[in-house]
Design a protein around this ligand. Sequence first.
Ligand code: SF4
Length: 356
Amino acid sequence: MTRLPILTPDSSPPSFYGLSRSTLGERLGGLGVPPYRADQIYTWVYRKHHRDAAGMTNLPSGLRERLTEVCGLSLPRVASVNSTSDDLTHKFVLELHDGARVESVSMRTARRLTFCISSQVGCALKCPFCATGLMGLQRNLQADEIVAQVIAMGDFHAWRDDRFNLVFMGMGEPLANYRAVVDAIRILHDPRGLNLGARRITVSTSGLVPQIHAFADEHLAVGLAVSLHATTDQLRDQLVPVNRRWPLAELLAAAREYGRRSGRRVTLEYTLLGGVNDGPEDADRLGRIARDLPSKINLIPYNPVPGLSWKRPSAADVDAFAQRLYPHAPAVTVRKTLGGEIWAACGQLGGLGPGA
Ligand code: SF4
């Protein structure tokens, strides 16, 4: 077996949370340790939630002492956790090794616990209604920094929920950080680790068409959500500027193809901006799109961002829009706003509020 060099003099070991089980096994091989030890370490960390090697009692003491040569087990510091008054929604700010801050949100409803995680610090795509877009892109997250958000929220909830859903709908465009997002999904999906099922994971994209095709090729079968927000190229060019590169027809064709290959209905996310995209003709066009694409529609009444003048439509206008859609679209839901009071609602992640 080829022995991998564990460390060069000026390198530090990679984070455990970015290593697949097979890569961990290869690195352990560099110490002459058999690969099955990687399975045991995965179990300690992801199933028994141990955060240091000392308590991994079925590992030889020599390996416990030397594990830090193979990988680092430390996690980013949780800089703040802010909770809503009903204690159901929590916004987490993690401070990364370089001081960058990333935000994640856990949301509990009667039916499920959902973790909303980020893939980038900031975002380059500049959708003009979004707090993250206002930040610009600071940097991509590494796979371990994506996985660490899940661990931080799971630890906070003491892993009482054996099942939770995971959505890549926090800061950033996940498919613009393609490799790290796919690597993180594979790590989270590992049956010897958290074993998070593909049906529990959704990746949201604003419409990076080549990456949607590549994502289908990964055969992960996770859910895909498309941030549509407009039904004409003219309006979408303004609301989701990446539309100028890949217009609606290309995006919807890619979404249809992803749905066909994954066997999953695509989710169409539609943020309702009062007086902008919430008219009856918008609802009619959205209904036609949904009729041609196996999909479910998620309507998101806009969550205000300080300094931006977009308006949230009234509850009556949201209801009228949904009612107009129902006869044409097979599944329409109106997203309940969770976390608005702590600046944790959809579109509000971007250094707003206390602790951010
Ligand atoms: S809506 Fe999504 S893609 Fe658009 S700027 Fe915000 S984070 Fe980026």
